[in-house]
Design a protein around this ligand. Sequence first.
Ligand SMILES: [Zn+2]
Length: 166
Amino acid sequence: MGKCRLFGKKGLFLSLNESDLCRICAVVVGQDVERSAQILKESMELVEKTKNPDTLMSRLDLVESRLDALIEYETRGIPTLQPVPSELKAALTADRGRILSRVAAELTQAALAKAALSSSSKRARTAVEKAQRTICDMGGRYGHPAELEDSLDKLARYLDRAAEGG
Ligand SMILES: [Zn+2]
């Protein structure tokens, strides 16, 4: 007797595909995987090029939730993507520090450039503190990756110097 791998539907005449899915589930899973693959591709492209921390974090979250949904299939033995979703998720988690540090470095550079051009030392400090806060928030959400330290050090050094200089 056939048994569909997704919902466990059984039937003597249930016809299953090569992944042990009934016809209805095969279509549903196929569409879901196709859509997820598209979202993962678009999101990862954006993640690699955006300068906006909010865009970065919302896309990282989206990718993670899509991968979690695909991992559900994987744990039921239903093939989806290659490499498998659990490997993709592990690779993304390992790479997250690098991804975050690129945006943090750009934010830092922009804040320090703005501070250098600012006519008021108060405005300069505000720009640097804002970048510092944003990077701290980013780090806080992802377990404070060490790759953010360099940017945070640069901002802290600026603020120390500004405090000494009055
Ligand atoms: Zn089914």
